[in-house]
Design a protein around this ligand. Sequence first.
Ligand SMILES: Cc1ncc(COP(=O)(O)O)c(C=O)c1O
Length: 416
Amino acid sequence: MRKVYEYPKSRAAFERACKLIPSGIYGHQGPAEGCYVPVEAFPLYSSRAQGSYLWDLDGNKFIDYMAAYGPNVLGYNDPDVDEAAARQRAISDCTTLPNPVMVDFADLLVETVACADWAFFAKNGNDVTTCAVMTARAYTHRKKIVFFKGYYHGVSPWTQKIDYAGILEEDVQNNLYVTWNDFDELQEVFEKNKGQIACVIAQPYMHGNFADNELPAEGFWKKVRKLCDDTGTVLIIDDVRAGFRLDIAGSDHYFGFKADLICFCKALANGYNVSALCGRDFLKNAVSSLSFTGSYWMSAVPFAAGIACIQKMKRLNCPQLLIDKGTKLKNGLIATALKYGYDLHVSGVPSLFYLRIADDPTLMLHQEWIAECVKRGVFFTNHHNHFINASLTDEDIEDTLEIADEAFMVVKDRHS
Ligand SMILES: Cc1ncc(COP(=O)(O)O)c(C=O)c1O
């Protein structure tokens, strides 16, 4: 039996943080939005990371399947990316004029991403989804945006919901919501809003929280693409989360269609802070016309890191490598669950797998099993997809399956 972790230093740090920082840890890395329930099962602060591993403040080691919620694609502290970043840092980073490494990065993205004729850089995923929607509105001179229910495109007011704190009715009054994979409903919405829809914004497949992740239905993307073409609507793919974990040329390419605009962030530079909006030629003037920039958006170090990251992802055939590792883990987890009579559903593309124990619709049983995994050194979270990184070894997968087995055993015993 494995040692069961405890987190006294994490708890003390969180208590201190709560006095100084709103929510202590806000957003997706905090216990509330990160869905760290039961909260006592989870560490809250890390002390260091290397490859596939994360150490918490109490010195407990985890095989980390959250990968910083995506950015860790090659392994923490990847030597090639870090060396490229260090070389650039020795020359310049945040300066009055941009460094031409920015142009090199754009060049590499245009060469790599199937629908890209240009690249525009920012810092976070939200920056580029916002830039994409503004571009579509500037180009079409229309107001309305179509979303698929279950989406997440960041935190700007346009992408939040009417009942969220701080959001005005006006912020979201041009938003239209349709059911993922329901083309008839989408067509109806287009009929009712003729000549008013600027864009459809969508993840390449439905990788939302609290629900099994859903791939596009056969022919779905082809029909959406045609509908957008026929109505002069801009098709935006939000590849912030899935980007480069399905296809190095973009997730639209993986599913056999071409986006007009595509948003990247998480896996773009292995943790260095940069995001990119790429798009087709006909939208280049519209992006240029926006008033949209930021203090650190042209920093050179993340561009150098991004170049090294994409080059290495290409050398490793990274998306396939991640899908293969994810498939191995997925099959092992399903078989382990079955041994104890549990029906573990693993959905989404295996490089971004989503877990749910289907035997209990309240999801409490699932939370119990996740908690027992976390307390033994496998960092899963409850109702969010997970992320495979390229440094994950076969031994890590074996170790994960052993821990998952022990966690199922504990849960089974408790409920027998
Ligand atoms: C699909 C998707 N779009 C946009 C975002 C927003 O990215 P960021 O948090 O970097 O602003 C995220 C972040 O998780 C995301 O998963």
